[in-house]
Design a protein around this ligand. Structure first.
Ligand SMILES: Nc1ncnc2c1ncn2[C@@H]1O[C@H](COP(=O)(O)OP(=O)(O)OP(=O)(O)O)[C@@H](O)[C@H]1O
Ligand SMILES: [Mg+2]
Length: 231
């Protein structure tokens, strides 16, 4: 579904990604791991168009994509749940979800029942302001908002960061269910090792903007992965 080849990214003169290649397949969770500051979020920005890559090629579902802005990539089926959630605090839960409509044709401007089946709490809180939700509820809202866009590729950046354990479990169940439905590829950035290891089908470990370890779960030793993410 997603194929990245030799992606580079700069902030001004400083080069952060130094030629990253990776793939993410339909019906699989590909987990991007690595310590703080290695470039995980920058890679997600390059994939989602929130910061333009400076080099390399990206293809989605067989189509080679130019360097496109985020809204154009959202229309092509790339949905982004950013680190820190970035929900709209002054909009209601319903309005936050409806922001996902902007990349859909008018005939699809409705909230699918599945969103409330996955996150019943959002139905209970539909008229509340986003900013009044707990951190965990906001994370669920951010994932739901991404699902509204009917993505082919779902990118989640540290969805467990700062979230209470029972909601982490629920989020893990939702990711696993979405994977098993087989209609999207999922790229998950995660530093919570046990959560990532339980969910992922493939791993990509970054260090200083480069891939240092990559492979399917069965091909990599758990200890090698742990060592890879702790240096
Ligand atoms: N907008 C920016 N301008 C300049 N430098 C940036 C910017 N955003 C990130 N950086 C730098 O790029 C490097 C990679 O940051 P990035 O946020 O991609 O890392 P990360 O792996 O997601 O870290 P974390 O685990 O803390 O979320 C860091 O050195 C960071 O300071
Ligand atoms: Mg980050």
């Amino acid at each position: 579904m997603l194929d990245l080849n030799n992606i580079t990214l700069h902030y001004g003169h400083s080069q952060i990604l130094k030629g990253i290649s990776m793939q993410a397949q339909l019906g699989e969770v590909t987990c991007v791991m690595g310590c703080n500051g290695v470039g995980k979020t920058s890679l997600m920005k390059a994939i989602t168009g929130t910061h333009a890559r400076s080099g390399g090629t990206v293809s989605l579902d067989g189509e080679i994509l130019g360097v496109l802005p985020a809204h154009a990539l959202a229309q092509k089926g790339i949905a982004y749940v950013p680190q820190g959630r970035d929900i709209f605090p002054l909009l209601t839960v319903k309005e936050n979800l409806e922001t996902g409509f902007s990349c859909l044709p008018a005939s699809e401007h409705h909230i699918p029942d599945q969103v409330f089946e996955l996150f019943p709490v959002l139905k209970d809180m539909i008229t509340r302001r986003g900013g009044d939700l707990s951190g965990g509820q906001q994370q669920q809202l951010a994932i739901a908002r991404a699902l509204i866009t009917r993505p082919k590729l779902l990118v989640l950046d540290e969805p467990t960061e700062g979230i209470q354990p029972n909601i982490i479990t629920q989020i893990g169940e939702v990711i696993s269910l979405l994977r098993d439905q087989g209609e999207m590829a999922i790229v998950l950035v995660e530093q919570y090792f046990d959560f990532a290891y339980a969910l992922a089908d493939r791993f990509v470990v970054l260090r200083r903007g480069e891939v240092v370890l990559a492979g399917r779960k069965g091909e990599l030793a758990r200890d090698d992965l742990l060592e890879g993410v702790s240096v």
